[in-house]
Design a protein around this ligand. Structure first.
Ligand SMILES: C[S@@+](CC[C@H](N)C(=O)[O-])C[C@H]1O[C@@H](n2cnc3c(N)ncnc32)[C@H](O)[C@@H]1O
Length: 267
């Protein structure tokens, strides 16, 4: 099987925020309100990245504490630089072996991470291990199979016309399990009960073509990692193709729906 994960670059936090963090930040408040985990709780966020969801937890859920873990030191640096709150700590860690005591967290959450984790079952079992009895779990991932990340789909469709190898790198091919049924089953196999799923939609509005294109050139995330490794000529060809294909609104903006599947449950 080809290693389709080789472009998943998680290093530069500022590039990530431009590429994907800004769209995760739109989903996060709706997710946190739906999770309805109560105030004064001890939270763990798995794969906190640059702090898109962490900042929302602090702003909306009034936690007692929030521990964000992520394997990328570059992302953690950005989270520490932008999330100033004495209740929040960001540290290196892996979903498959959480550096957290058993039964020590009231709420365990994760945003846009589980599809990138090689052993998802183990990750869910770890999330269950560290959750107190009766505590809450919640996570969301993009609806890749249903075209829930329209601007990334548009990128790959154009890329595949130039480079047939790009076909297999598309997230809808790599992550077909990102459906409410399969994600709920994953949470249940992890040991969570009262599992529920819902869609959360928002709109990704790019000011102009450059606002759409530039983040793809920065090399953070699957499509962007792929794009940054193209030769300058091929990259220009791809940009021209996309610019000719995409239909801007009258004000010059490019608009795409984003849709995530959110899951919640109890330990
Ligand atoms: C798409 S980003 C999501 C970041 C952030 N949660 C957000 O919503 O913007 C994916 C994140 O998963 C992290 N990640 C990748 N593999 C991981 C693993 N095995 N365990 C924990 N985090 C992981 C990456 O470092 C990156 O921060």
């Amino acid at each position: 099987m080809p290693d389709t994960s080789r472009h998943d670059a998680w290093v530069a936090g500022d590039s990530y925020d431009l590429y994907m963090g800004r769209w995760s930040r739109q989903i996060a408040p709706i997710f946190i309100d739906w999770l309805d985990a109560g105030e004064g709780r001890d939270w763990l966020e798995v794969g906190c990245g640059t702090g898109a969801l962490s900042a929302t937890v602090l702003a909306r859920a009034n936690p007692r504490s929030l521990l964000g873990i992520d394997p990328s030191e570059g992302f953690l640096e950005r989270a520490r630089a932008h999330v100033h709150d004495p209740r929040a700590v960001f540290q290196i860690g892996e979903a498959g072996a959480l550096p957290v005591e058993t039964g020590s967290r009231d709420v365990v959450v994760s945003a846009l991470v589980l599809n990138f984790v090689p052993d998802r079952e183990r990750a869910l079992a770890e999330m269950r291990r560290v959750t107190r009895p009766g505590g809450a779990v919640g996570f969301y991932v993009w609806d890749y199979p249903g075209g829930g990340l329209g601007f990334v789909r548009a990128f790959w469709a154009a890329a595949a016309e130039i480079d047939p190898a790009a076909e297999e790198l598309q997230e809808n091919k790599r992550f077909p399990f990102c459906t409410p049924v399969e994600l709920s089953a994953l949470a249940e196999r992890g040991g969570f009960v009262a599992v529920e799923a819902r869609a959360i939609e928002a709109e990704a509005v790019f000011r102009n073509f450059d606002d759409f294109w530039h983040p793809f050139t920065l090399g953070t995330g699957p499509a962007s990692g792929y794009c940054a490794r193209l030769s300058p000529d091929t990259r220009r060809h791809l940009a021209d193709k996309l610019a000719a294909t995409l239909a801007p609104a009258q004000d010059g903006t490019l608009r795409f729906t984003t849709r995530a599947w959110a899951i919640r449950g109890r330990a």
